[in-house]
Design a protein around this ligand. Structure first.
Ligand SMILES: Cc1cc2nc3c(=O)[nH]c(=O)nc-3n(C[C@H](O)[C@H](O)[C@H](O)COP(=O)(O)OP(=O)(O)OC[C@H]3O[C@@H](n4cnc5c(N)ncnc54)[C@H](O)[C@@H]3O)c2cc1C
Length: 397
């Protein structure tokens, strides 16, 4: 049975992670205003993540399963508004990992995982003409003299500036549709690779977002993820399905970011109202509570519900059970509360919520993306409907 209670050591880690996050809050506004400036290795007053790692060493096999626990960590950390060092799905070994690392883990061969596992990898699927509809990508890869030659343009690559390289989707046979789509490891020093620009954004400004161009970009033949060069007739390739499976790992992580912003806004609103003498009195009945109290209760319930969907999707993954449906459910729910809860906090707080004297408005701006990348809320609902009704992606689009 699923049990999301944290063990003692896991609770200690979580508390430490929150301390780490809070220790950089004083610098957050600076890095908001200086969008493309990366923070130094150590900020003034910062309690570094190295304070957390020894505690990880004390975890035992029967502590909270790892991915479930990492989601709890992500939600707690993200709620603090501390300076984010890249969006990487921070890994327990201390090395940040990007979305491309998750793709490598779910679709790479054992050899590829061993060889590239220590790289920081972004994930590059989206193109100017292909976002939600990933099978519409136009980037091509052709084999020439034992090298893949890649041509095309990619946009919105999270961590694309600071990553060592990216897992790039390209088609080796356009006429085959999704069956022709493969993913390739492209390192930054590959000839023909260009980092075109960094995006300026509404929120998550500490996370860099890049655009790439590939002009006869050459990479070694063995840099196709999964090493399967065949193009099956009629339907998706194993490689395509393998990479789509990546989303079952990354969607809970992205959803956790959305829940984190909801949680942060909720905590801020609760504290700000408490400072004005408005606190939820659980002893009073519904009819006797004030409207702000009732609103806080509803916000809390909704945020908690979203957090539970994230933990559930992660727990299924930890226990090696299918979580296609649940990872989309949590992504849809996380994408919802990241918008509605900061909005509700602003409704409660009025003018102070837009002031730069506080960081509450940042939750709204940072959270918004959680309902867009890794599949928008609309796309998640499509996937959920397909899963429940038993339709294929061709039958329900
Ligand atoms: C900051 C940021 C970081 C990103 N990071 C990455 C990354 O690391 N790697 C990567 O590959 N991509 C990344 N993306 C791209 C992101 O995944 C896409 O923006 C997203 O998938 C939506 O695609 P689109 O923007 O082309 O919108 P579109 O697909 O054009 O959709 C526009 C609107 O139409 C809706 N819509 C589309 N199809 C349907 C449908 N069938 N039914 C109902 N509604 C539909 C969508 O929900 C959306 O509201 C990032 C984007 C941003 C903004």
């Amino acid at each position: 049975m699923a049990d999301f209670r944290l063990s003692d050591i896991d609770q200690q880690i979580l508390d430490k992670v929150v301390e780490v996050g809070n220790s950089t809050v004083q610098h957050t506004r600076y890095y908001e205003d200086h969008e493309h400036e990366f923070p130094p290795a150590k900020l003034e007053g910062e309690v570094g993540f190295e304070a957390v790692f020894p505690l990880f060493g004390q975890r035992k096999p029967d502590d909270t399963p790892l991915m479930t626990f990492m989601m709890a960590v992500s939600m707690a950390r993200g709620s603090t508004n501390g300076v984010v060092r890249g969006l990487g799905l921070g890994m327990p070994n201390g090395r940040a990992g990007g979305l491309g690392n998750a793709a490598l883990q779910s679709a790479g061969t054992a050899e590829q995982k061993a060889k590239w596992g220590n790289l920081f990898l972004a994930m590059s699927i989206t193109e100017p003409g292909a976002g939600s509809d990933t099978k519409a990508i136009q980037t091509t890869a052709r084999l020439e003299d034992e090298e893949w030659v890649i041509n095309g343009d990619k946009i919105f690559v999270t961590d694309g500036v600071r990553a060592d390289g990216a897992i790039v989707w390209a088609t080796i046979d356009k006429s085959a549709g999704r069956a022709g789509i493969k993913s390739f490891l492209v390192l930054k020093d590959a000839p023909g690779f260009e980092l075109v620009r960094k995006e300026k954004k509404l929120g998550i400004r500490a996370s860099d977002t890049a655009a790439y161009a590939f002009r006869d970009c050459r990479i070694p033949r063995d840099q196709m993820l999964g090493d399967d060069e065949t193009v099956p007739k009629g339907g998706g390739s194993a490689a395509y399905k393998g990479v789509m499976k990546t989303f079952n790992m990354t969607r809970p992580a992205v959803a956790s970011g959305g829940v984190a912003k909801a949680l942060g806004a909720l905590n801020f609103a609760r504290d700000a109202l408490a400072a004005e003498g408005v606190e939820v009195d659980w002893g009073r009945s519904f009819n006797q509570r004030s409207a702000p109290e009732q609103k806080l209760i509803e916000m809390e319930a909704d945020t908690e519900a979203a957090a539970l969907t994230v933990l559930h999707a992660a727990w299924l993954s930890d226990t090696r059970q299918p979580n296609n449906l649940e990872s989309s459910v949590c992504k849809a729910k996380g994408g919802e509360v990241c918008r509605t809860i900061p909005q509700a906090a602003m409704d409660l707080l009025g003018g102070m919520s837009v002031s730069h004297d506080h960081l509450v408005e940042k939750y709204l701006r940072d959270g918004r993306i959680s309902d867009i990348y890794e599949g928008t809320g609309q796309i998640q609902r499509l996937i959920i409907a397909r899963e429940i009704l038993g339709y294929s992606s061709e039958e329900l689009t």
